[in-house]
Design a protein. Sequence first.
Length: 182
Amino acid sequence: MTLAVPRAGVRPTADRIRQAIFSRLGDRVAGARVLDLFAGTGALGLEAASRGAKSVTFVEQTRAALECLVKNIQTFRHNREVNCLFAVVRASVASQLPRIAADAGAFQLVFADPPYGGTASKLLREPELPSVLVNDGLLVLESAKRDELTLTEPWERVRESIYGDTRVTFLQVRPPSTNTDC
């Protein structure tokens, strides 16, 4: 499927990177509830839907990207028979996270492809973000290779790969320490 892309302001995930991400995810996608932050064209969320995700919630704030996203969802539905539920939220990620976090532990997979330039590290400092994932859920974070990715509690890096100028980091919430030493 060829995605509609706005003229400016959106950097869709390249096909080869998207394929690499989903190859790593394997069977985790089927039946998953997915959150696509900074959704842009919806490429990651739609790929998850094509691989059997139960639902995908897209969060995007720019009008041009939203118009393309809605068009891409309509094209996707027209070309495929899927049982995936879609929700589109027009808002900034920062303003939506508290509302999304109220339904704590709702998502098995969260994709985040924020604007390059340090936004990825800032996103990881959002206090509500860890609570949107189920216990063994994954955050798949895209950032620029040149951007320093600073991990803060409670994030734990599971895997990281570089594709050209793009860094893809798989993260999980580190379980609380069960140290019983006195």
